[in-house]
Ligand binder design. Structure first.
Ligand SMILES: C[S@@+](CC[C@H](N)C(=O)[O-])C[C@H]1O[C@@H](n2cnc3c(N)ncnc32)[C@H](O)[C@@H]1O
Length: 262
């Protein structure tokens, strides 16, 4: 009997279902986002290069929908470029954070799950899904829904789990490397035979700490101080008694076009 390796959608499902947090259960993921809403923005790095790139892509687009828009940290920066903007998310608290920023009148919010998005939002010229597919067991269905919602362009933003040096080290020590979701998404889109272009946008993050104690408390690494400092050394600069800590990371964008010109 011939056995075939699991296809990309099966591998994605296996990855999602292996999460110990069980956030593949929608009610679990929703509870997570409800609890996270208030401090989500401050926990996220700024993405100026990604936003500038997306802004350039919106030329000529009449409408923009973000699926899994959250607090609107990306969408609201892009809203000025498009006459009609929709933020869709299933977390009422994440959307409440977005509305608390007093968005312009042409920005509307829709509270529903991606799975029901076609019933609650019309197709838009441009659709964006940024870090919102991570716990979707049925990636095939999710991608088809996003594609059906977009008249012109669909942008999927993800990373390959290579972020800050201290978190990478923490995960390596615990034996829990972050999944390379951006690469898996790319494989999935390839498997669907859609026309797409892949872009990598590099961002930078810089934090400062008044003392070594503050830096070590932030990094939460189960290693002696000297080992931590040696590991982070390429990213550290002395600033008085404290430290500047700087690293770069990549945002992966898949641009799926409807006119064979992504
Ligand atoms: C990591 S946050 C990203 C938010 C925003 N895209 C950003 O980059 O800041 C993921 C968001 O997707 C939403 N989300 C996750 N699964 C969803 C689903 N099935 N339907 C609707 N929203 C979903 C969550 O509620 C959360 O607000």
């Amino acid at each position: 009997m011939t056995t075939f390796p699991p296809d990309i959608f099966e591998r994605w499902r296996t990855l999602v279902l292996s999460a110990r947090s069980e956030r593949f259960r929608a009610e679990r993921d929703l509870t997570f986002w409800q609890g996270k809403a208030a401090d989500y923005d401050q926990s996220q790095p700024a993405l100026p290069n990604t936003l500038a790139w997306l802004h350039g892509q919106l030329k000529g687009s009449r409408s923009l929908l973000e699926v899994g828009a959250g607090t609107g940290r990306l969408l609201l920066s892009l809203a000025g470029a498009v006459p009609h903007v929709t933020a869709l998310d299933y977390s009422p608290d994440m959307l409440a954070q977005l509305r608390a920023k007093n968005p312009p009148e042409h920005v509307q919010t829709v509270c529903c799950a991606l799975e029901h998005a076609l019933e609650h939002a019309p197709p838009h010229d441009t659709v964006l899904a940024a870090w919102s597919l991570a716990y979707q067991p049925d990636l095939h269905a999710a991608l088809h829904t996003l594609h059906a919602l977009s008249r012109r362009d669909l942008y999927l933003l993800e990373d390959d789990g290579i972020g800050s040096p201290h978190v990478q080290l923490r995960r390596a020590l615990a034996g829990t490397p972050k999944p390379a979701r951006a690469s898996l998404l790319r494989e999935a889109v390839q498997a669907l035979g859609w026309t797409f272009a892949a872009h990598t946008i590099t961002e930078e993050r810089e934090l400062s700490f008044a003392s070594t104690t503050e830096l070590l408390a932030y990094c939460r690494l189960p290693l002696p101080e000297q080992e931590i400092l040696a590991h982070l050394q390429p990213h550290l600069t002395r600033a008085g008694n404290g430290w500047g800590y700087r690293w770069t990371f990549d945002v992966h964008v898949l641009h799926i076009g409807h006119q064979g010109k992504a």
